[in-house]
Write a protein that binds this ligand. Structure first.
Ligand SMILES: Nc1ncnc2c1ncn2[C@@H]1O[C@H](COP(=O)(O)OP(=O)(O)OP(=O)(O)O)[C@@H](O)[C@H]1O
Length: 264
């Protein structure tokens, strides 16, 4: 599964002699909002690889470009210049229809606000993306996902009959059930208490470790980042640091260094 010659991390960084399969990658990704005096450089030429079958966190101060990077990498927002690849497919420049199909078939999303359909049951919500795509769920896989996420008893409930943590676990199952090449999670625990956050993060961690899923998560929370394999740190629209096998303490320490370098 490894592609010869593919190396880890940003090309400019001194890289360990390990190779990773690449799930997604950006090359010189630049995103500029507005014009003239109102111009904001949200991403200033980001080149980064996202490793397959890993859980990657994107962290950085408010306004550093985390959401913009994730939205451009997921084909939800258009780059000003540079390239984005999902696997071997360059998504920058795809026609809207092709991009919509690719997002539907190969990408899963988890948002802070759950984004469940209130009139549908948990089961119907989980299966909705597949039914829109005209695909049948694999019953064994569906059962395994439901079991892992601990929702067997709640499948007939509507979102208002579920706690926030349960709703987010429904959203996680919905993202996972189609076995996407990559899942993008934008602050998935941002609206949850610490117990529910732990449950969701444990589930995301298990889906990487046990199912080989690839997940990218934007978070502000060092303890959420400690569930991941790798943290990419952004500052002022650039990837400025990265950390493997993070703990909450090492993440905090790196973030402190970042703030120090920016004079905060
Ligand atoms: N639609 C937009 N129009 C203009 N500027 C934008 C737009 N979206 C983002 N920006 C600007 O781009 C920069 C990066 O924003 P982004 O939301 O990616 O940062 P972030 O790191 O995700 O921030 P936060 O942690 O606060 O969510 C910020 O300066 C922001 O104000």
């Amino acid at each position: 599964m490894l592609h010869a010659g593919e190396t880890t991390m940003m090309s400019a960084a001194p890289s360990p002699p390990t190779t990773f399969e690449v799930a997604a990658r950006t090359e010189g990704l630049t995103k500029i909002y507005g014009k003239g005096d109102a111009q904001v450089v949200a991403l200033g030429g980001v080149s980064v690889d996202i490793h397959a079958h890993e859980f990657t966190a994107i962290m950085g101060p408010s306004g550093s470009g985390k959401s913009t990077l994730m939205h451009c990498a997921a084909g939800l927002d258009e780059a000003t210049s540079g390239k984005v690849f999902l696997g071997d497919v360059e998504i920058t420049g795809l026609k809207e229809n092709d991009l919509t199909r690719l997002r539907r078939d190969r990408i899963g999303f988890i948002f802070q606000a759950f984004n469940l359909i209130p009139t549908l049951t948990a089961k119907e919500n989980i299966l909705l993306p597949l039914s829109i795509a005209g695909r049948e769920p694999d019953p064994e896989w569906f059962a395994r996902v439901i079991d892992t996420v601990g929702l067997s008893e709640r499948l007939g409930h509507r979102p208002t009959e579920l706690s926030g943590g349960q709703q987010q676990r429904v959203a996680c199952a919905r993202a996972l059930v189609s076995r996407p090449a990559i899942i993008f999670a934008d602050e998935p625990t941002g609206n949850l208490d610490s117990k529910s956050s732990r449950e969701v993060l444990e589930f995301l961690r298990r889906s990487v470790t046990e199912f080989g899923q690839t997940i990218v998560m934007v978070t502000h929370d060092p303890s959420a980042a400690s569930y991941t394999d790798r943290v990419l740190f952004l500052a002022d629209g650039r990837v400025v640091d990265e950390l493997r096998e993070p703990t909450a303490e090492t993440v905090l320490e790196r973030m402190g260094r970042l703030d120090g370098a920016r004079g905060v």
